[in-house]
Write a new protein. Structure first.
Length: 247
């Protein structure tokens, strides 16, 4: 697929050199999640899901990467799969502002059946940055490639049959709040808009510690796409309960 060959190269450029970290200093945080989800909208199923996230910060540099995998089964048979990868590098050049580079890829047979690759850059602003609460705002241009997953679907499946290669606008806000000791709220809203379609995605999560390093994550993801195949819904909702291990 066009665009996929760029991912290893772009990820290599964005990943920091960990060997430069000082001895006894750990500038990175990692999380592993596993659990089940309840989906409504274009599907009504129980699914298994997994997530791996890495956050690295040193000086003015911050790098965030995560991979997600979802498996949906009906009556013991595999019905849907969804894989996602996203990596972002930020460089803070002043007290409030930073520049960013973002790359993401999704293979999704739950919804419009698109392989979706985006590459974006832009400017970020730390609207709020305190120990207990933060709000980041981001905006910038990018490029998107979307291709129907024709090898993985049946002739009767509904798809958008055209390929997409276009410039896009990307905007995002990220809100984090330490409500009290051991209880956290996280929210994220992402808008990606091009000539062919516009998507809005929101993620909300409440995370409560059980015992260090384990926590429970209660989350919901809402994704709206304005252009979809006939017979599908514009809005998909995901509700999840996951166990989080931090290291």
């Amino acid at each position: 697929m066009r665009g996929l060959g760029l991912i290893p190269f772009l990820f290599y450029l964005l990943v920091p050199t960990l060997s430069k970290a000082e001895e006894n200093y750990r500038p990175w945080k990692s999380e592993v999640e596993f659990g089940f989800q309840r989906l409504t909208g274009n599907s009504d199923s129980l699914i298994l899901n997994a997530r791996l996230g890495v956050d690295y910060t040193e000086g003015p540099y911050r790098h965030i990467s995560e991979g997600r995998f979802l498996l949906i089964e009906k009556d013991g048979m595999e019905d849907k799969r969804k894989s996602q990868f996203e990596s972002q590098a930020n460089y803070k050049y002043s007290q409030k502002y930073y520049v960013l580079g973002n790359v993401s890829y999704a293979e999704d047979r739950y919804g419009p059946y698109f392989n979706d690759f985006t590459l974006a850059t832009g400017l970020g602003y730390q609207a709020i940055w305190r120990e207990d609460i933060s709000l980041l705002l981001e905006i910038g241009p990018g490029y998107r490639s979307q291709i129907p997953n024709l090898d993985e679907i049946d002739k009767s499946d509904l798809i958008l049959p055209h390929n997409v290669q276009e410039l896009i606008f990307r905007g995002q806000s990220v809100f984090e709040w330490k409500m009290k000791e051991g209880l956290f709220f996280e929210g994220r809203v992402t808008i990606i808009s091009g000539i062919s379609n516009t998507s809005f995605e929101s993620r909300l999560a409440f995370i409560t510690n059980i015992i260090d390093p384990l926590a429970i994550n209660l989350s919901t993801t809402q994704k709206y796409i304005n252009e979809i195949p006939p017979g599908l819904k514009n809005l998909d909702s995901v509700y999840a309960i996951t166990l989080v291990y931090r290291f």
